[in-house]
Write a protein that binds this ligand. Structure first.
Ligand code: DC
Length: 230
């Protein structure tokens, strides 16, 4: 019997972590968990309730009111994961530029991180998960059997993100996306609490010139090998 494992995929904003992680989870019949979506859902809640990010007491009280879950449904024979906040499907709303502009600030709040990391550890307690984010291999699951660190050229990332948004009917200038990605990378990599850094034992995959199927296959190969480890 192959071992059940945890696959941690970290890296910069917009370098294909989530599409890769989803495809890897599908290939291995594992569950995909989008940890960034959880920080986005928290950001949405705080913005809707007009809670100042610097009012820590109010942020902590709000965290206690939030229930963040994922639901999976099949669409065209592919699993589609959607994020729910207190029972409401917020998948579309959490991908907006308004949320992208504030999410790094919110995810740098230690109390927010503590709450989300606790939930993420519970979700992966029985293994068989592919989780993507910024601190999965370094902090959430430091003992993950497979750790991948993804990176790609900033302009390539921005034009991919622009295409994705366009497919969802949202038109944004590439320069605005470059600015947002660069700013988020900067905040995510320099924050005090669990910044985005490559885990020492992570495999680096640069997707700038890599075909999507190849990057998925590389992670699947690494995972299958780890599943056979004694
Ligand atoms: O993966 P994403 O772009 O949806 O993530 C949104 C933000 O959430 C990202 O700018 C940083 C934060 N994040 C984090 O701090 N830790 C994670 N494990 C995942 C995301």
């Amino acid at each position: 019997m192959p071992n059940d494992i945890v696959i941690a995929i970290d890296g910069y904003s917009g370098c294909g972590k989530s599409s890769t992680a989803k495809a890897v989870a599908h290939a291995l019949d594992y569950t995909y968990i989008d940890s960034g979506a959880m920080y986005r859902a928290v950001t949405l809640y705080l913005l809707r309730d007009k809670i100042s990010f610097s009012d820590i007491e109010a942020v902590v009280a709000a965290l206690e009111q939030m229930q963040i879950t994922f639901k999976m449904k099949m669409e065209a024979e592919l699993p589609l994961y959607e994020t729910y906040l207190n029972g409401e499907n917020v998948e579309r709303e959490i991908r907006s530029m308004d949320i992208s502009d504030s999410v790094s600030e919110v995810s740098a709040i230690p109390q927010v991180r503590q709450a989300m990391v606790g939930l993420q550890r519970n979700m992966g307690a029985n293994k068989r998960v592919v989780m993507d984010g910024r601190d999965i291999g370094t902090n959430v699951f430091p003992n993950a059997e497979v750790k991948v660190f993804m990176t790609a050229d900033l302009y390539v990332r921005a034009s991919r993100r622009q295409k994705e948004l366009k497919e969802r009917g949202v038109s944004v200038a590439v320069s605005e996306i470059v600015e947002n990605l660069a700013e988020r990378d900067q905040i995510d990599s320099t924050r005090k609490e669990n910044p985005l850094v490559k885990a020492e034992d992570a495999v680096v995959i640069d997707t700038t010139d890599l075909e999507f199927n190849k990057q998925v296959q590389r992670v699947v190969d690494i995972a299958r090998e780890a599943m056979q480890a004694p």
